[in-house]
Design a protein around this ligand. Structure first.
Ligand code: NAD
Ligand code: DAU
Length: 360
Protein backbone atom coordinates (compact mmCIF):
# COMPACT_ATOMS: atom_id res chain seq x y z
CA UNK A 1 0.00 0.00 0.00
CA UNK A 2 1.33 3.44 -0.94
CA UNK A 3 -0.16 6.47 0.85
CA UNK A 4 0.28 10.14 0.08
CA UNK A 5 0.07 12.21 3.27
CA UNK A 6 -0.19 15.93 2.57
CA UNK A 7 0.67 18.41 5.34
CA UNK A 8 2.74 15.73 7.09
CA UNK A 9 5.25 18.23 8.48
CA UNK A 10 2.51 19.77 10.61
CA UNK A 11 1.03 18.65 13.91
CA UNK A 12 -1.50 15.91 13.11
CA UNK A 13 0.01 14.84 9.79
CA UNK A 14 3.39 14.10 11.40
CA UNK A 15 1.77 12.13 14.20
CA UNK A 16 -0.16 10.17 11.55
CA UNK A 17 3.04 9.39 9.63
CA UNK A 18 4.73 8.00 12.76
CA UNK A 19 1.61 6.04 13.68
CA UNK A 20 1.35 4.44 10.22
CA UNK A 21 5.08 3.69 9.79
CA UNK A 22 5.04 1.85 13.10
CA UNK A 23 1.75 0.00 12.61
CA UNK A 24 2.28 -1.01 8.97
CA UNK A 25 5.99 -1.73 8.38
CA UNK A 26 5.29 -2.75 4.76
CA UNK A 27 3.44 0.44 3.75
CA UNK A 28 5.15 3.20 1.79
CA UNK A 29 4.39 6.74 2.91
CA UNK A 30 5.05 9.83 0.84
CA UNK A 31 4.71 13.22 2.50
CA UNK A 32 3.93 16.30 0.40
CA UNK A 33 4.28 19.53 2.36
CA UNK A 34 5.13 23.07 1.29
CA UNK A 35 6.64 23.84 4.73
CA UNK A 36 4.66 26.95 5.57
CA UNK A 37 5.34 28.59 8.95
CA UNK A 38 3.39 25.66 10.50
CA UNK A 39 5.40 22.91 8.85
CA UNK A 40 8.60 21.81 10.50
CA UNK A 41 10.93 19.47 8.70
CA UNK A 42 12.79 18.59 11.91
CA UNK A 43 9.59 16.96 13.13
CA UNK A 44 10.14 14.30 10.47
CA UNK A 45 13.83 13.62 11.33
CA UNK A 46 13.10 10.09 12.61
CA UNK A 47 10.80 9.25 9.68
CA UNK A 48 13.55 10.26 7.23
CA UNK A 49 15.61 7.31 8.52
CA UNK A 50 12.92 4.87 7.36
CA UNK A 51 13.33 3.52 3.81
CA UNK A 52 9.55 3.36 3.42
CA UNK A 53 9.25 7.11 3.86
CA UNK A 54 9.86 9.88 1.37
CA UNK A 55 9.46 13.66 1.79
CA UNK A 56 8.60 15.98 -1.10
CA UNK A 57 8.53 19.74 -0.61
CA UNK A 58 5.68 21.14 -2.66
CA UNK A 59 2.38 22.97 -2.62
CA UNK A 60 -0.94 21.13 -3.00
CA UNK A 61 -2.21 24.02 -5.13
CA UNK A 62 0.61 23.44 -7.65
CA UNK A 63 -1.31 21.41 -10.23
CA UNK A 64 1.71 20.54 -12.36
CA UNK A 65 3.74 19.30 -9.43
CA UNK A 66 0.85 17.32 -7.96
CA UNK A 67 -0.02 15.60 -11.25
CA UNK A 68 3.65 14.75 -11.84
CA UNK A 69 3.89 13.27 -8.36
CA UNK A 70 0.76 11.13 -8.90
CA UNK A 71 2.07 9.97 -12.30
CA UNK A 72 5.38 8.88 -10.81
CA UNK A 73 4.33 7.31 -7.55
CA UNK A 74 1.37 5.00 -8.32
CA UNK A 75 -0.45 5.87 -5.12
CA UNK A 76 -3.27 3.86 -3.55
CA UNK A 77 -4.56 6.29 -0.95
CA UNK A 78 -4.42 10.06 -0.37
CA UNK A 79 -4.90 11.55 3.10
CA UNK A 80 -5.16 15.34 2.92
CA UNK A 81 -4.07 17.09 6.12
CA UNK A 82 -2.50 20.07 4.31
CA UNK A 83 -4.31 23.23 5.30
CA UNK A 84 -4.09 26.63 6.82
CA UNK A 85 -5.43 25.62 10.22
CA UNK A 86 -5.43 28.55 12.63
CA UNK A 87 -8.72 30.42 13.16
CA UNK A 88 -7.06 33.64 14.39
CA UNK A 89 -4.89 33.87 11.29
CA UNK A 90 -7.95 33.34 9.07
CA UNK A 91 -9.57 36.36 10.68
CA UNK A 92 -6.52 38.49 9.84
CA UNK A 93 -5.98 37.15 6.33
CA UNK A 94 -8.65 34.85 4.85
CA UNK A 95 -7.28 34.62 1.29
CA UNK A 96 -4.60 31.96 1.75
CA UNK A 97 -7.20 29.83 3.57
CA UNK A 98 -9.44 29.80 0.50
CA UNK A 99 -6.51 29.02 -1.78
CA UNK A 100 -4.95 26.17 0.19
CA UNK A 101 -8.01 24.67 1.83
CA UNK A 102 -10.40 24.78 -1.13
CA UNK A 103 -8.34 24.98 -4.33
CA UNK A 104 -5.63 22.68 -2.93
CA UNK A 105 -8.29 20.06 -2.17
CA UNK A 106 -9.63 20.38 -5.70
CA UNK A 107 -6.18 19.82 -7.24
CA UNK A 108 -5.61 16.70 -5.11
CA UNK A 109 -9.01 15.28 -6.03
CA UNK A 110 -8.57 16.02 -9.76
CA UNK A 111 -5.29 14.11 -9.66
CA UNK A 112 -6.95 11.33 -7.64
CA UNK A 113 -9.58 10.88 -10.36
CA UNK A 114 -7.03 10.88 -13.17
CA UNK A 115 -4.75 8.33 -11.48
CA UNK A 116 -7.49 6.03 -10.12
CA UNK A 117 -6.86 6.53 -6.41
CA UNK A 118 -8.66 3.87 -4.36
CA UNK A 119 -9.44 6.18 -1.44
CA UNK A 120 -9.25 9.96 -1.05
CA UNK A 121 -9.57 10.97 2.59
CA UNK A 122 -10.29 14.58 3.54
CA UNK A 123 -9.27 15.54 7.08
CA UNK A 124 -11.92 18.00 8.18
CA UNK A 125 -13.06 19.58 11.41
CA UNK A 126 -16.01 19.80 13.78
CA UNK A 127 -15.85 23.58 13.25
CA UNK A 128 -17.90 23.14 10.06
CA UNK A 129 -20.95 22.66 12.31
CA UNK A 130 -20.55 26.09 13.98
CA UNK A 131 -21.15 25.99 17.71
CA UNK A 132 -23.51 24.73 20.41
CA UNK A 133 -24.97 26.79 23.28
CA UNK A 134 -23.09 26.62 26.60
CA UNK A 135 -26.29 25.91 28.56
CA UNK A 136 -27.41 22.91 26.46
CA UNK A 137 -24.96 20.19 27.46
CA UNK A 138 -27.42 17.63 26.09
CA UNK A 139 -26.66 18.75 22.49
CA UNK A 140 -23.86 17.23 20.37
CA UNK A 141 -22.66 17.45 16.76
CA UNK A 142 -23.76 14.45 14.69
CA UNK A 143 -22.94 13.89 11.01
CA UNK A 144 -26.43 15.27 10.26
CA UNK A 145 -25.94 18.57 12.07
CA UNK A 146 -26.26 21.33 9.44
CA UNK A 147 -23.09 23.06 8.25
CA UNK A 148 -23.06 26.54 9.83
CA UNK A 149 -19.61 28.09 9.87
CA UNK A 150 -18.29 31.03 11.91
CA UNK A 151 -14.77 31.87 10.68
CA UNK A 152 -13.08 32.09 7.28
CA UNK A 153 -11.12 29.00 8.37
CA UNK A 154 -14.19 26.89 9.07
CA UNK A 155 -15.95 28.22 5.97
CA UNK A 156 -13.00 27.12 3.82
CA UNK A 157 -13.00 23.67 5.42
CA UNK A 158 -16.76 23.33 4.89
CA UNK A 159 -16.36 24.35 1.24
CA UNK A 160 -13.71 21.65 0.80
CA UNK A 161 -16.02 19.06 2.41
CA UNK A 162 -18.88 19.94 0.07
CA UNK A 163 -16.55 19.83 -2.91
CA UNK A 164 -15.29 16.40 -1.82
CA UNK A 165 -18.85 15.06 -1.51
CA UNK A 166 -19.66 16.49 -4.93
CA UNK A 167 -16.65 14.65 -6.40
CA UNK A 168 -18.00 11.44 -4.88
CA UNK A 169 -21.47 11.97 -6.34
CA UNK A 170 -20.49 13.36 -9.73
CA UNK A 171 -17.17 11.67 -10.53
CA UNK A 172 -17.49 8.56 -8.29
CA UNK A 173 -14.22 9.45 -6.54
CA UNK A 174 -14.13 7.20 -3.44
CA UNK A 175 -14.06 9.96 -0.84
CA UNK A 176 -14.30 9.77 2.94
CA UNK A 177 -14.33 12.71 5.35
CA UNK A 178 -13.49 12.85 9.05
CA UNK A 179 -14.62 15.78 11.18
CA UNK A 180 -12.59 15.84 14.34
CA UNK A 181 -12.66 17.94 17.48
CA UNK A 182 -9.66 19.81 18.97
CA UNK A 183 -6.46 17.76 19.04
CA UNK A 184 -3.58 18.09 21.48
CA UNK A 185 -0.30 16.23 21.93
CA UNK A 186 3.30 16.18 20.59
CA UNK A 187 4.48 18.52 17.81
CA UNK A 188 1.61 21.02 17.99
CA UNK A 189 2.65 24.47 16.81
CA UNK A 190 2.85 26.93 19.74
CA UNK A 191 0.26 29.36 18.33
CA UNK A 192 -2.47 26.88 19.32
CA UNK A 193 -3.98 27.14 22.78
CA UNK A 194 -2.51 24.19 24.69
CA UNK A 195 1.15 24.44 23.58
CA UNK A 196 0.93 28.24 23.85
CA UNK A 197 -0.18 27.98 27.47
CA UNK A 198 2.35 25.25 28.37
CA UNK A 199 5.30 27.13 26.87
CA UNK A 200 4.34 30.53 28.26
CA UNK A 201 3.68 29.03 31.71
CA UNK A 202 7.12 27.35 31.63
CA UNK A 203 8.61 30.78 30.93
CA UNK A 204 6.48 32.42 33.67
CA UNK A 205 4.79 34.62 31.09
CA UNK A 206 1.18 35.81 31.15
CA UNK A 207 -1.39 33.33 29.82
CA UNK A 208 -3.87 34.97 27.39
CA UNK A 209 -7.42 33.68 27.83
CA UNK A 210 -9.98 35.05 25.38
CA UNK A 211 -13.09 36.64 26.89
CA UNK A 212 -14.05 34.99 30.17
CA UNK A 213 -12.53 31.59 29.36
CA UNK A 214 -15.97 29.92 29.35
CA UNK A 215 -15.81 28.58 25.78
CA UNK A 216 -15.77 24.78 25.63
CA UNK A 217 -13.67 22.52 23.40
CA UNK A 218 -13.88 18.71 23.14
CA UNK A 219 -10.19 17.66 23.41
CA UNK A 220 -8.83 14.56 21.71
CA UNK A 221 -5.30 13.19 22.14
CA UNK A 222 -3.77 13.28 18.65
CA UNK A 223 -2.89 9.57 18.47
CA UNK A 224 -6.57 8.70 18.81
CA UNK A 225 -7.37 10.90 15.79
CA UNK A 226 -4.67 9.01 13.83
CA UNK A 227 -6.23 5.71 14.86
CA UNK A 228 -9.65 6.90 13.64
CA UNK A 229 -8.28 7.95 10.23
CA UNK A 230 -6.50 4.59 9.91
CA UNK A 231 -9.82 2.81 10.52
CA UNK A 232 -11.69 5.06 8.07
CA UNK A 233 -9.24 4.63 5.18
CA UNK A 234 -9.26 0.86 5.65
CA UNK A 235 -12.90 0.19 6.55
CA UNK A 236 -14.90 3.38 6.09
CA UNK A 237 -17.55 3.61 3.40
CA UNK A 238 -16.96 5.86 0.37
CA UNK A 239 -19.18 8.95 0.35
CA UNK A 240 -19.50 8.97 4.15
CA UNK A 241 -18.64 11.53 6.84
CA UNK A 242 -17.36 10.35 10.25
CA UNK A 243 -17.30 12.55 13.36
CA UNK A 244 -14.27 11.91 15.59
CA UNK A 245 -13.93 12.96 19.24
CA UNK A 246 -16.13 12.86 22.25
CA UNK A 247 -16.73 13.45 25.90
CA UNK A 248 -13.58 15.32 26.86
CA UNK A 249 -15.21 18.74 27.11
CA UNK A 250 -13.37 21.43 29.05
CA UNK A 251 -13.73 25.18 29.34
CA UNK A 252 -10.63 27.11 28.30
CA UNK A 253 -10.20 28.27 31.87
CA UNK A 254 -10.26 24.66 33.11
CA UNK A 255 -7.54 23.78 30.59
CA UNK A 256 -5.31 26.65 31.75
CA UNK A 257 -5.88 25.83 35.42
CA UNK A 258 -4.98 22.17 34.82
CA UNK A 259 -1.73 23.14 33.08
CA UNK A 260 -0.83 25.66 35.79
CA UNK A 261 -1.44 23.04 38.49
CA UNK A 262 0.66 20.40 36.70
CA UNK A 263 3.55 22.84 36.27
CA UNK A 264 3.25 24.29 39.78
CA UNK A 265 2.80 27.84 38.45
CA UNK A 266 0.80 30.77 39.81
CA UNK A 267 -2.81 31.49 38.79
CA UNK A 268 -1.76 35.14 38.68
CA UNK A 269 -0.31 34.44 35.23
CA UNK A 270 -3.85 34.10 33.81
CA UNK A 271 -4.67 37.21 31.77
CA UNK A 272 -8.12 37.72 30.31
CA UNK A 273 -7.84 39.43 26.94
CA UNK A 274 -10.40 40.65 24.43
CA UNK A 275 -12.34 37.90 22.73
CA UNK A 276 -11.84 36.33 19.29
CA UNK A 277 -14.43 37.83 16.88
CA UNK A 278 -17.13 35.24 16.13
CA UNK A 279 -15.72 32.97 18.86
CA UNK A 280 -17.56 29.62 18.82
CA UNK A 281 -19.02 28.84 22.25
CA UNK A 282 -18.96 25.07 22.51
CA UNK A 283 -17.90 22.09 20.41
CA UNK A 284 -19.03 18.59 21.40
CA UNK A 285 -18.88 15.50 19.23
CA UNK A 286 -21.26 12.55 19.17
CA UNK A 287 -19.00 9.70 17.97
CA UNK A 288 -21.77 7.04 17.77
CA UNK A 289 -21.41 6.45 14.03
CA UNK A 290 -17.68 5.70 14.01
CA UNK A 291 -18.07 3.61 17.16
CA UNK A 292 -20.87 1.49 15.69
CA UNK A 293 -19.42 1.12 12.19
CA UNK A 294 -15.67 0.95 12.83
CA UNK A 295 -15.32 0.20 16.54
CA UNK A 296 -13.48 3.46 17.33
CA UNK A 297 -13.95 5.29 20.60
CA UNK A 298 -11.78 7.72 22.58
CA UNK A 299 -9.96 6.09 25.47
CA UNK A 300 -7.49 8.69 26.71
CA UNK A 301 -9.03 10.98 29.33
CA UNK A 302 -8.02 14.64 29.15
CA UNK A 303 -6.42 14.48 32.62
CA UNK A 304 -4.02 11.76 31.40
CA UNK A 305 -3.46 13.15 27.90
CA UNK A 306 -2.55 16.59 29.19
CA UNK A 307 0.09 15.08 31.50
CA UNK A 308 1.64 13.19 28.54
CA UNK A 309 1.54 16.38 26.47
CA UNK A 310 3.16 18.55 29.15
CA UNK A 311 5.86 15.90 29.60
CA UNK A 312 6.50 15.91 25.84
CA UNK A 313 7.01 19.69 25.81
CA UNK A 314 9.33 19.38 28.82
CA UNK A 315 11.36 16.64 27.07
CA UNK A 316 11.48 18.39 23.68
CA UNK A 317 12.46 21.93 24.55
CA UNK A 318 14.77 22.24 21.58
CA UNK A 319 11.90 21.56 19.15
CA UNK A 320 9.81 24.47 20.41
CA UNK A 321 12.56 26.92 21.40
CA UNK A 322 13.65 26.98 17.77
CA UNK A 323 10.10 27.99 16.84
CA UNK A 324 9.34 30.50 19.56
CA UNK A 325 12.67 32.27 19.16
CA UNK A 326 12.22 32.78 15.41
CA UNK A 327 9.68 34.48 13.18
CA UNK A 328 6.96 33.40 15.63
CA UNK A 329 7.80 36.30 17.96
CA UNK A 330 6.71 38.75 15.26
CA UNK A 331 3.43 36.83 14.95
CA UNK A 332 2.84 37.00 18.70
CA UNK A 333 3.40 40.73 18.73
CA UNK A 334 1.06 41.25 15.75
CA UNK A 335 -1.71 39.06 17.18
CA UNK A 336 -1.62 39.96 20.84
CA UNK A 337 0.14 43.34 21.01
CA UNK A 338 -3.05 45.36 20.63
CA UNK A 339 -5.47 42.97 22.30
CA UNK A 340 -7.17 44.48 25.31
CA UNK A 341 -6.13 43.09 28.68
CA UNK A 342 -9.10 43.05 30.99
CA UNK A 343 -7.97 43.48 34.60
CA UNK A 344 -10.67 44.16 37.17
CA UNK A 345 -12.75 46.16 34.72
CA UNK A 346 -9.82 48.27 33.48
CA UNK A 347 -9.13 47.80 29.78
CA UNK A 348 -5.62 48.39 28.47
CA UNK A 349 -3.87 47.15 25.40
CA UNK A 350 -1.16 44.56 25.95
CA UNK A 351 1.42 47.13 24.90
CA UNK A 352 0.25 49.48 27.66
CA UNK A 353 0.31 46.57 30.10
CA UNK A 354 3.88 45.73 29.13
CA UNK A 355 4.86 49.37 29.61
CA UNK A 356 3.25 49.35 33.05
CA UNK A 357 5.18 46.22 33.98
CA UNK A 358 1.97 44.25 34.70
CA UNK A 359 2.23 42.11 31.57
CA UNK A 360 5.37 40.09 30.89
P1 NAD B 1 -0.89 22.41 11.06
O1 NAD B 1 -1.14 23.84 10.78
O2 NAD B 1 -0.08 22.02 12.25
O3 NAD B 1 -0.18 21.73 9.79
C1 NAD B 1 -0.55 22.01 8.48
C2 NAD B 1 0.54 21.48 7.55
O4 NAD B 1 0.12 21.70 6.19
C3 NAD B 1 1.90 22.18 7.70
O5 NAD B 1 2.94 21.25 7.72
C4 NAD B 1 1.99 23.08 6.47
O6 NAD B 1 3.33 23.30 6.04
C5 NAD B 1 1.20 22.26 5.47
N1 NAD B 1 0.64 23.08 4.39
C6 NAD B 1 -0.06 24.24 4.52
N2 NAD B 1 -0.39 24.71 3.30
C7 NAD B 1 0.10 23.83 2.39
C8 NAD B 1 0.06 23.75 0.99
N3 NAD B 1 -0.55 24.69 0.26
N4 NAD B 1 0.65 22.70 0.36
C9 NAD B 1 1.28 21.75 1.10
N5 NAD B 1 1.35 21.76 2.44
C10 NAD B 1 0.76 22.79 3.08
O7 NAD B 1 -2.32 21.74 11.08
P2 NAD B 1 -2.88 20.54 11.99
O8 NAD B 1 -3.35 21.08 13.28
O9 NAD B 1 -1.92 19.43 11.96
O10 NAD B 1 -4.18 20.15 11.15
C11 NAD B 1 -4.09 19.23 10.07
C12 NAD B 1 -5.46 19.07 9.44
O11 NAD B 1 -6.40 18.63 10.42
C13 NAD B 1 -6.03 20.37 8.88
O12 NAD B 1 -6.69 20.07 7.68
C14 NAD B 1 -7.02 20.83 9.92
O13 NAD B 1 -8.06 21.57 9.34
C15 NAD B 1 -7.51 19.52 10.48
N6 NAD B 1 -7.94 19.50 11.88
C16 NAD B 1 -7.14 20.00 12.87
C17 NAD B 1 -7.54 19.90 14.21
C18 NAD B 1 -6.68 20.42 15.33
O14 NAD B 1 -7.13 20.44 16.48
N7 NAD B 1 -5.46 20.82 15.10
C19 NAD B 1 -8.76 19.30 14.51
C20 NAD B 1 -9.57 18.82 13.47
C21 NAD B 1 -9.14 18.91 12.17
O1 DAU C 1 -12.21 21.95 16.61
C1 DAU C 1 -11.19 21.65 15.72
C2 DAU C 1 -10.33 22.86 15.47
O2 DAU C 1 -9.57 23.08 16.66
C3 DAU C 1 -9.42 22.71 14.27
O3 DAU C 1 -10.19 22.61 13.12
C4 DAU C 1 -8.45 23.90 14.15
O4 DAU C 1 -7.52 23.66 13.10
C5 DAU C 1 -7.70 24.02 15.45
O5 DAU C 1 -6.84 25.16 15.40
C6 DAU C 1 -8.67 24.16 16.62
O6 DAU C 1 -9.39 25.41 16.55
P1 DAU C 1 -9.68 26.30 17.86
O7 DAU C 1 -9.96 27.69 17.42
O8 DAU C 1 -10.67 25.65 18.74
O9 DAU C 1 -8.22 26.15 18.57
P2 DAU C 1 -7.26 27.21 19.27
O10 DAU C 1 -6.12 26.42 19.82
O11 DAU C 1 -6.94 28.39 18.43
O12 DAU C 1 -8.14 27.72 20.49
C7 DAU C 1 -8.74 26.83 21.43
C8 DAU C 1 -9.62 27.66 22.37
O13 DAU C 1 -8.77 28.49 23.16
C9 DAU C 1 -10.55 28.60 21.64
O14 DAU C 1 -11.78 28.67 22.36
C10 DAU C 1 -9.86 29.95 21.67
C11 DAU C 1 -9.10 29.89 22.98
N1 DAU C 1 -7.81 30.63 23.01
C12 DAU C 1 -6.91 30.41 22.00
C13 DAU C 1 -5.71 31.08 22.00
C14 DAU C 1 -4.71 30.84 20.87
C15 DAU C 1 -7.54 31.51 24.05
O15 DAU C 1 -8.35 31.69 25.00
N2 DAU C 1 -6.33 32.15 24.06
C16 DAU C 1 -5.40 32.01 23.06
O16 DAU C 1 -4.34 32.66 23.11
Amino acid sequence: MKILVTGGAGFIGSNFIYYMLEKYPSYKIICLDSLTYAGNISTLDEAMKNNNFKFIKGDITDRQLVFKLFAQEKLDVVVNFAAESHVDRSIKNPEIFLKTNILGTQVLMDASIKYGIKRYHQVSTDEVYGDLPLDRTDLFFTENTPICTSSPYSASKAAADLLALSYYKTFKLPVTISRCSNNYGPYQFPEKFIPLIIIRALNNKSLPVYGEGKNVRDWLYVEEHCEAIDLIIHGGKAGEVYNVGGHNEKTNLEVVETIIKELGKSKKLITFVSDRPGHDLRYAIDPTKIKNELGWEPKIRFDDGIKMTIQWYLDNKEWWTNIVNGEYMNYYEAMYGHREVITKGIKNTMIEEVASGRYK
